[in-house]
Design a binder for this molecule. Structure first.
Ligand SMILES: Nc1ncnc2c1ncn2[C@@H]1O[C@H](COP(=O)(O)OP(=O)(O)OP(=O)(O)O)[C@@H](O)[C@H]1O
Ligand SMILES: [Mg+2]
Length: 257
């Protein structure tokens, strides 16, 4: 059965989508079958994997509000071997509102994955939006574990405390199996004092082990969304591609443990 990993942080622009796209690239490179799920109405994941949004006819929005929730009808292949995507569209914003009044609203994505989709992949990576709303909760309820990208920046740790509390609440009320796979430091500039201080402070949460992999700020990753390719395809020999390969190694080791 596939391991389901949500990538979440209610703070915007911390590298959630970048993590999903490039971790998917690095896992697929190893011959693993990866499904990515776009739970953000911005649809950056969908575009980041090269899909033309104008061509997306069915999306996660349709799945969540359907009476019979099933993910497989909307899953499409990307141009990258081993990576499929359940795409999002702008409709997801109104779907979230509609979902609010539905029965079992927190379990919609989990239910949809139980249609056999989960068994068809080794890893399922869920890209959550920058909120702690129903879409992120659906991602966390569907997941076995969560990766939390944390931008090396002042005040980043304040929001992190809230998020860890939400994970605890979900664990006690909705998904007993949810664990924190790791905190992923992103946009790190190791030369600065801030970078070093942040890393030390992040290591203070016992239930949220920090990955050894650090994603540094690099122009290559800023360019990647425009190319619609994972960095492992777009710049396979770059340091950035190497960082995500290292992350993939850690993720596989932790997810099996
Ligand atoms: N390590 C990095 N170095 C430089 N630029 C990066 C890095 N990681 C991500 N970026 C760029 O920063 C922007 C935000 O990244 P990304 O979209 O992955 O964040 P996000 O958390 O998914 O944002 P949102 O909360 O809006 O969904 C993107 O333009 C991305 O290309
Ligand atoms: Mg995003």
């Amino acid at each position: 059965m596939g391991r389901v990993i949500a990538v979440a942080n209610q703070k915007g622009g911390v590298g959630k989508t970048t993590t999903v796209v490039n971790l998917a690239g690095a896992l697929a490179e190893r011959g693993l079958r990866v499904l990515t799920v776009d739970m953000d109405a911005q649809a950056n994941l969908t575009a980041g994997l090269g899909l033309n949004l104008a061509d997306v006819t069915r999306s996660t929005a349709d799945v969540l509000i359907a009476e019979q929730r099933s993910l497989s009808p909307i899953i499409v292949k990307t141009d990258f071997a081993g990576i499929d995507v359940a795409p999002a569209t702008l409709d997801l914003a109104s779907a979230e509102v509609e979902l609010f009044n539905a029965m079992g609203r927190e379990y919609a994505l989990r239910e949809a994955l139980d249609d056999g989709s989960r068994d068809a992949y080794d890893y399922i990576l869920i890209d959550c939006p920058p909120t702690l709303g129903l879409l992120t909760i659906n991602g966390l309820v569907a997941a076995d574990s969560v990766i939390i990208p944390v931008q090396a920046q002042y005040y980043a740790l304040k929001g992190l405390k809230n998020l860890i509390n939400v994970v605890r609440t979900i664990r006690s009320k909705l998904n007993r199996d949810l664990s924190i796979l790791g905190l992923l430091p992103t946009f790190v500039d190791q030369r600065t004092v801030l970078g070093k201080e942040m890393l030390a402070e992040m290591r203070g949460y016992e239930e949220a082990p920090v990955f050894n992999t650090i994603i540094t700020s690099t122009i290559r990753l800023g360019e990647a969304p425009i190319t619609g390719k994972p960095i492992t395809s777009y710049a396979p020999t770059s340091d950035a591609a190497e960082m995500y390969r290292e992350l993939a190694t850690e993720v596989v080791a932790r997810a099996q443990a």
